[in-house]
Write a protein that binds this ligand. Structure first.
Ligand SMILES: NC(=O)c1ccc[n+]([C@@H]2O[C@H](COP(=O)([O-])OP(=O)(O)OC[C@H]3O[C@@H](n4cnc5c(N)ncnc54)[C@H](O)[C@@H]3O)[C@@H](O)[C@H]2O)c1
Length: 359
């Protein structure tokens, strides 16, 4: 990657898509001393102007191709709905910008491969916003895994279940989202678990999806994450629950469960790892399970192990800036985004055919 020309300078940043999550990017860029937030772009004129006013950004666009003509922009965050990730990221890379693209990388492995090829050709960084990799909880658990406290980790469960948590807007519309909770929420926990255990190569997938409860827009008085454009009558043609078993080349198996809508009491988000010497559960705090002196022992650290949501976007954005300015090795590279898209494609394919998909 040719990044020498950007050594230690103040990076000028553009944002494509100024909806709900872009505010986390914007606030983190503004806090970063090595960055100038330079331009904002959104198809929605009112939204982008409202954000430009709120964050005092002078250069405002509704056409990303116009914004990308600005030579002074070094890098962009792509925070659009999922189907626009590939066209926006590829256009930005072709215009010579480094790109931080929100998760999921794209709506298909095919698009993800094209994005990676564009980055390789341009010699620019394409980082994927796998923000959970930047959490304090992930860092601590990874230290324990890397110092072999769990022995061989052979099984894990990744759970991200919401009782009534479809974010509305485009999230329920397959053409713009690529799918439901699997591609929106499952992507976080599949990636986090695979990252924690050392990024093994997936070899087969069996998946099932259900579309039973839809978006549950009728549910009253329940606060939830919402797309900036959400209404109470959005399309919902995606799955509302997905489950899958993913096998990896080293024998490791991951079981995933994820929902936007499910008849259960409380929302659940957790990762459970099971190894030969011990096990671990991440969230709400880190717990570890092992044997000591022929007793079963449960371990809780005298440390802050609950996920600090405030810090994770700042950590992610700081890392993006460090990668560009100081040539650091990217912790969430395009390559991993492609692998995760391969897994997601295979889960949807398996759910459709009723058969295991060999990768
Ligand atoms: N990392 C996380 O934890 C996290 C959390 C929420 C959302 N996200 C991801 O962030 C992305 C955006 O989600 P959101 O909740 O902010 O959605 P949103 O609907 O609030 O915002 C998306 C914005 O993108 C704009 N847009 C779409 N195509 C565009 C284009 N070609 N050019 C310019 N603007 C365009 C839309 O007009 C809209 O304002 C999604 O990919 C989502 O998966 C990540």
């Amino acid at each position: 990657m040719n990044m020498g020309d950007n050594m230690s300078k103040i990076l000028k940043i553009g944002i494509i898509g100024t909806g709900s999550i872009s505010e986390e990017h914007i606030k983190s860029y503004i806090k970063n001393p090595n960055v100038e937030l330079y331009a904002l772009c959104d198809l929605n004129f009112d939204r982008v102007n409202e954000m430009a006013k709120k964050y005092d950004v002078k250069n405002v666009y509704t056409d990303m191709n116009e914004m990308l003509k600005l030579n002074e922009i070094d890098a962009v965050s792509v925070c659009t709905w999922n189907s626009a990730h590939a066209p926006c990221a590829i256009a930005a890379l072709n215009a010579g910008k480094h790109v931080l693209c929100e998760k999921p990388m794209s709506v298909s492995e095919k698009d993800a491969i094209m994005m990676k090829e564009a980055a390789d050709k341009a010699g620019k960084l394409l980082m994927i916003g796998f923000v959970r990799r930047y959490g304090n909880d992930c860092t601590i658990l990874k230290e324990f895994i890397d110092s072999n406290q769990f022995g061989e980790i052979y099984y894990a469960k990744a759970t991200y279940l919401r009782r009534a948590g479809n974010p509305g807007g485009w999230f329920g519309e397959k053409a713009r989202s690529g799918g439901g909770p699997l591609i929106d929420l499952g992507v976080h926990v599949i990636d986090l678990t695979r990252y924690l255990v050392g990024n093994p190569k997936p070899v087969s997938v069996f998946g099932v999806t259900f579309q039973k409860l839809l978006g549950r827009d009728n549910i009253k008085a329940r606060p939830r994450y919402r797309a900036a454009s959400a209404t109470n009558h959005d399309i919902c043609n995606v799955e509302d629950f997905a489950t899958a078993l993913i096998r990896f080349d080293n024998g490791f198996v991951l079981s995933v469960e994820t929902s936007f809508s499910l008849n259960m009491k409380n929302d659940i988000g957790k990762i459970e790892l099971f190894g030969t010497k011990g096990g671990a559960k991440l969230e709400p705090t880190l717990e570890m399970y092992t044997e000591m002196n022929d007793y079963l022992a449960d371990i809780q650290l005298d440390a802050e192990t609950a996920l600090n949501f405030e810090g994770i976007f700042y950590n992610e954005i700081s890392h993006f800036v460090e990668c560009i300015n100081n040539n650091e090795t990217c912790k969430s590279p395009a390559e991993d985004g492609v692998t995760i898209m391969k897994i997601l494609d295979a889960i949807y394919q398996s759910a459709q055919t009723g058969h295991e998909v060999i990768l």
